[in-house]
Design a protein around this ligand. Structure first.
Ligand code: M6R
Length: 602
């Protein structure tokens, strides 16, 4: 995810920016840049790859005396990770950095191009600086021009702008993406999270959506739609490690809570009023395609399985899913009317990458669904859809799974429309449900507290069975994987209807059944399966919108109208259950034993 830093004052600016960006490295990025104005001189540097590349480029430069400065680490969304696409973006005499997505950038870009403006990058961000300069016309009032610019933007943004027209001022605005202002009694700092300014600033103000303004002479003027406003600073935290986790105990916990927000990023610009659009895909990718094969490992395999139900049911296209390590050695029959999809959070998983290479050698078209742009799998694929989950630090994947599943749901609707296999009414109802997903992913204090209390009853026993039917079967697999990864307790995911074909022999009071019982999909069927287990004295934790009298423990979910909303809500419950069990057992939640985040060996 992108990071922003800014500083206005007397101190050496290059080091403040580079050190600040370094603190944001953990969020992931693929290029970085800084811009500084001092003595009315604009200087800027950009580099792709790691910050050390930017450090190398700036080694002979030292800023001196009063000035304004902005810096950025970019995680590519619109346009490849190139120097031209890296921030800060330049107009004729101004620079801008931005986090988020400007949804209406295409129409703004066309308007500006018609006025003769030349765009250098493929980014949405560049529109901000050109729009500003079109109002400012070199001599105008910087703040008035900035206000007009902000009023034109739709979407999410946190942005900083500096201009030679007012070389003592940083303009800022926030809407939907985080931004804060730090103070040390003399100078003013900006950042997209606490860590870059800890140790320099002593007080902080966290901007609210819709706020904007400017910093000049050590002071900040703040505005919103109602005009100028006062604000109260707070003492700034001093612990950097804690700040990186935004106050959560573990990265995994933070990532579970982030899911609602990142889902908005995943859908942004793709889920439109009447259809799904992927600007990274073209119709030619699907020409001559009658079949889809998806290959992945671990959690990504579970999202693939979920996707296969959706693709067959809604898009009416046959879809098979393979575990990449199995696929590689089974001498698979590959036909060129098959689209080969790989799914990977890291984009570096060796088995998945090799499977992709095999498919390519067999002449298949390829598409990857990945969280890391420019990763090996993305580079190797004909086309890629980025999940936009932001960097995932917890080894146990959470938000990556959620966003992969969302991309597959969106892809299903995209293919369904392309193949004319979905009615307008059905498409509309899927899109409506999709827009509700961020709500279904919200973690309430009540839910978290309940799982915290329940977890103490699930620290022993001889095993867990997570059971579900249909798309809730892959969710059961994923729930079990999460629990075993971080609790080291034995857990299996099973199709609920299969229990009677063998595993039910294990049932007794020390066997814990986590039953996923959605109301919108096969409720009566799964209910009978759970009753069979209850009759054999298995301890049942039921997760359902429907009260279930045989449950020993019960988590009542809210959504019951659409299977995918039930899916995402139940997913959060299973993630929190694993987290709380693991914490009670005293395990290292973020770095479980024997596991690595990126599995680059066979
Ligand atoms: O980076 P990938 O998605 O390709 O990784 C695949 C698996 O190694 C990964 O999902 C693993 O199962 C995680 N630890 C799950 O939490």
């Amino acid at each position: 995810m992108c990071g922003i830093v800014g500083y206005v004052g007397q101190k050496e600016k290059k080091e403040i920016l580079l050190d600040g960006l370094q603190e944001l490295e953990y969020r992931g990025y693929d290029s970085a840049g800084i811009a500084i104005i001092e003595n009315r001189q604009l200087k800027h540097f950009k580099a792709i790859g790691k910050l050390e590349n930017l450090r190398a480029k700036t080694k002979d430069y030292e800023s001196d005396g009063f000035g304004v400065s902005i810096g950025h680490t970019r995680w590519a969304t619109h346009g490849k990770p190139t120097e031209l696409n890296a921030h800060p973006h330049l107009g004729e005499y101004s620079f801008v950095v931005h986090n988020g997505i400007i949804e209406n950038y295409q129409e703004l870009k066309v308007e500006l191009q018609e006025q003769g403006v030349n765009f250098l990058s493929q980014t949405d961000t560049e529109t901000i600086v050109h729009l500003f300069e079109s109002y400012c016309e070199k001599k105008g009032d910087g703040f008035d021009s900035f206000t007009k610019t902000i009023n034109k933007l739709e979407g999410a943004y946190a942005t900083l702008l500096v201009t030679e027209v007012q070389p003592d001022t940083i303009f800022f605005a926030k809407n939907g993406s985080p931004m804060l202002i730090g103070f040390d009694g003399e100078d003013v700092y900006f950042a997209s999270s606490d860590t870059p300014i800890i140790g320099m600033a002593t007080e902080v103000y966290y901007l609210e959506d819709g706020e904007y303004g400017y910093a000049k002479d050590g002071e900040v003027k703040l505005f919103d739609a109602n005009g100028e406003k006062n604000f109260t600073k707070k003492p700034l935290a001093t612990d950097k490690a804690m700040a990186q986790k935004d106050g959560y105990r573990f990265f995994m916990e933070k990532e579970i809570y982030e899911q609602s927000d990142v889902m908005n990023d995943t859908m942004m610009g793709r889920v439109l009023d009447d259809r799904v659009e992927f600007e990274e895909l073209g119709v030619e990718l699907f020409e001559g395609i009658n079949n889809i094969k998806i290959c992945a490992c671990g959690t990504s395999y579970h999202s693939a399985l979920t996707g296969s139900y959706l693709l067959e049911r809604i898009a009416k296209i046959p879809c098979q899913v393979e575990i990449a390590s199995e696929f590689r050695y089974k001498e698979p029959l590959l036909k060129d009317d098959t689209l080969f999809i790989t799914i990977s959070q890291s984009g570096e998983t060796a088995d998945t990458l090799e499977a992709l290479k095999m498919a390519k050698r067999a002449g298949l078209k390829s598409l990857s669904i990945c969280n890391v742009d420019n990763s090996s799998i993305v580079r190797e694929s004909d086309r890629a859809i980025l999940t936009r989950a932001g960097i995932e630090k917890g080894v146990a994947s959470t938000k990556a799974f959620a966003t992969q599943t969302m991309v597959l749901w969106m892809l299903t609707l995209y293919v369904a429309e392309l193949k004319n296999s979905v009615s307008k009414e059905k498409l509309q109802s899927e899109l409506d449900a999709m827009r509700h997903t961020p709500k279904a992913l919200l973690v309430t204090d009540r839910l978290h507290e309940k799982l915290h209390r329940l977890s103490k009853r699930y620290l022993h026993g001889h095993g867990f069975f997570f059971i579900g039917r249909d798309i809730f079967f892959p969710l059961a697999l994923e729930g079990a994987l999460k629990l075993k990864e971080i609790s080291y307790l034995h857990a299996e995911g099973y199709p609920a209807g299969e229990m009677k074909h063998g595993p039910i022999a294990l049932a007794d009071s020390e066997l814990f059944t986590i039953a996923l019982m959605p109301r919108s999909l096969h409720y009566d069927k799964i209910k009978s399966n759970v009753e069979e287990l209850s009759a054999r004295d298995s301890t049942i934790l039921a997760i359902s919108p429907e009260p279930f009298e045989l449950a020993d423990d019960f988590i009542q979910t809210k959504y019951d109208s659409h299977p995918m909303l039930e899916f995402f809500e139940m997913m959060v419950v299973t993630q929190l259950l694993s987290l709380e069990v693991s914490i009670r057992l005293g395990n290292d939640v973020d770095m479980p034993r024997n596991l690595a985040k990126s599995v680059t060996v066979e």
